[in-house]
Design a protein around this ligand. Structure first.
Ligand SMILES: C[S@@+](CC[C@H](N)C(=O)[O-])C[C@H]1O[C@@H](n2cnc3c(N)ncnc32)[C@H](O)[C@@H]1O
Length: 250
């Protein structure tokens, strides 16, 4: 699968925005609180956010006192939205595919990425390039879809359910078959890559990173029980996986 720029598709972008604007979206309720809790101090740091989307995270880092933030994204629509709605004097947004990240000539104290590496074909190669963009002692904190979530091919329900629709357990298929998966998410033919957990970990190690923390997404019992339609499945498997890595040199 070549570089996919589905976020510039009119229908996909508009549905993604609607989803992001919903106050019960998975990003704000699950992903962002965990990612933010794993960050090192951001004050005075040079930050790169890969796949910055609409710029919410970049703005958060600027508000947390970052010296500068560079947000890159393949999507023209995302970059335009970020510039309009999440700008600040010390934030730059650049339309750039992560596959072309070697063109970035700066070094950073902190590199982040939220839910973007699902789209990279050469995960190991990207991890090596990211390692090279960090200052010694820099940190790399990112989230992506959990391998248990991407081990799905879209032809069956993600969950086996009772007759009344309650989720009994998660369905996982071909976990050990790595590569692109075409599923129906927002639009038909959405593509992302599935990799096993050990592949992710070994790619980080091969790139020279020291893994300092790994988390798997959960939501509080209170939220899960209050919104069972939305979050009922989160008890059965994690939607996202998170890593905080150091450069391995100081
Ligand atoms: C699920 S969204 C996440 C956006 C943002 N990080 C957030 O948390 O709201 C995925 C983002 O990755 C971007 N993206 C997808 N493929 C990319 C690529 N090859 N290079 C750079 N960005 C990419 C999309 O345009 C989109 O903005």
């Amino acid at each position: 699968m070549a570089k996919q720029n589905i976020y510039d598709d009119e229908e996909f972008f508009s549905d993604f925005r609607k989803n992001r604007d919903d106050s019960l979206n998975f990003n704000d309720c699950i992903e962002t609180p965990i990612l933010l809790s794993m960050l090192p101090p951001v004050q005075g740091k040079k930050v790169l956010d890969i796949g910055c989307g609409m710029g919410q995270h970049a703005k958060q880092y600027a508000d947390m006192g970052a010296e500068s933030v560079l947000g890159i994204d393949i999507s023209e629509k995302m970059i335009a939205y970020a510039k309009e709605h999440n700008g600040a004097d010390n934030i730059r947004y650049l339309r750039l595919a992560m596959e072309d990240i070697k063109t970035v000539q700066e070094r950073f104290d902190l590199i982040t990425s939220s839910l973007v590496f699902d789209y990279i074909e050469d995960f190991g190669g990207l991890m090596k390039q990211i390692h090279g963009l960090l200052e010694d002692g820099g940190k790399f904190v990112f989230s992506m879809s959990h391998p248990m979530t991407t081990a799905w091919d879209g032809v069956y329900d993600r969950f086996t359910r009772t007759e009344t629709g309650e989720r009994l357990y998660a369905n996982i298929r071909n976990y050990f078959v790595e590569g692109p998966r075409k599923v129906n998410w927002v639009v038909d033919g959405y593509e992302c890559y599935h990799r096993t957990m050990s592949s992710l970990i070994n790619a980080l190690i091969s790139a020279g990173f020291v893994i300092e923390e790994c988390r798997e997404s959960q939501i509080s019992d209170e939220m899960r029980l209050r919104y069972p339609q939305k979050f009922g499945g989160t008890i059965h498997r994690p939607d996202f996986v998170f890593f905080r890595c150091g450069t391995g040199s100081l």
